[in-house]
Design a protein around this ligand. Structure first.
Ligand SMILES: *[C@@H]1O[C@H](CO)[C@@H](O)[C@H](O)[C@H]1NC(C)=O
Ligand SMILES: *[C@@H]1O[C@H](CO)[C@@H](O)[C@H](O)[C@H]1NC(C)=O
Length: 280
């Protein structure tokens, strides 16, 4: 909302500014305006300039409005991708702006720049298939980070990855679910129990995605997205993705086209513990 207000403000000032410029130009140019034709030309040039600058300022190209912090549940991920998860907590998948992908191919990922936060990166944002690798972060930076970086608050690799970690720790998904007695278990949950736990605590609409094992009347809890506005305030995910195409994210980890999609409200949900994941 605030962004729209400030855009409106900029729009208004830049509309006023050219007319100011035209007025003063006309005053100073009056002596030189020997014919009506040359005066009209000055006015047209000024108007053209004014329109150009106002459209530039009104809408910074490809500026995003919302951010999606995506967490995945390692056991569910690994049941599809045949990895061996050693993580018994929600880990980061990414911090995605709602607009843009691969916004700057010449801005290369450089792990040296995030050296100070590497211990937390390996712990909170591991590459689940190769836990000692930084390839996943490189991919996320190129695809999403370079777009997020259009905002001053995220315009370096340290700021981008650091902010994702900060939001992740603030959200404390594991703790929030646990406090509502939603813990990894062989017992199935209703979708409402899980959605309700998150909604009650954060007071916004999350986006919850599941995997669907064939021939079983259950869904595996797979991914949870929590959305923010550009000021990093919580926001409903349904609003955040109303007018764009978040579901088109074919991500690094989903290259095999896994069946991750929005959970079914009426199908029992399995939140798989470290052991006991059904083969899919
Ligand atoms: C792309 O990234 C490079 C390297 O950081 C930077 O110099 C350049 O200004 C960026 N280009 C745009 C359009 O942001
Ligand atoms: C990565 O960043 C470091 C620190 O700024 C710099 O010294 C190094 O040259 C960079 N590496 C590459 C490959 O750009």
């Amino acid at each position: 909302m605030r962004l729209w207000v400030s855009r409106g403000f900029i729009h208004v000032t830049s509309l006023f500014f050219p007319s100011y410029a035209i007025a003063s130009l006309l005053t100073t140019e009056r002596k030189h305006c020997v014919t009506m034709k040359s005066c009209a030309l000055v006015v047209l040039l000024c108007l053209g300039y004014g329109m150009m600058t106002s459209s530039f300022r009104a809408a910074p190209p490809h500026m995003w409005r919302n951010l999606i912090l995506t967490h995945h549940w390692p056991n569910t991920f690994c049941s599809e991708e045949h990895c061996h998860s050693t993580f018994d907590y929600w880990t980061l998948h990414g911090l995605w702006p709602d607009v843009g992908q691969e916004c700057n191919s010449s801005w290369h990922f450089n792990v040296t720049l995030i050296q100070d936060i590497l211990p937390d990166m390996f712990k909170s944002w591991p590459d689940l298939k190769k836990p000692t690798s930084s390839e996943f972060w490189k991919y996320e930076w190129q695809k999403h980070g370079t777009c997020a970086a259009k905002a001053e608050s995220l315009n370096s690799q340290l700021k981008y990855f650091g902010k994702a970690l900060e939001l992740y720790h603030k959200l404390d998904l594991d703790g929030v679910l646990k406090r509502a007695d939603v813990v990894p278990s062989e017992t199935l949950y209703t979708f409402d129990q899980i959605e309700g736990a998150l909604h009650n605590f954060y007071n916004v609409e999350p986006k919850i995605q599941c995997n669907f094992p064939k021939g079983k009347n259950m869904q595996l809890l797979g991914q949870i997205e929590i959305c923010f506005n550009s000021e990093f305030q919580l926001e409903d995910c349904v609003h955040a993705d109303r007018d764009n195409h978040i579901d088109n994210h074919i991500d690094f980890l989903n290259v095999k086209g896994t069946g991750l999609r929005v959970c079914e409200p009426s199908t029992p949900v399995y939140y798989p513990p470290m052991k006991g994941i059904p083969s899919m």
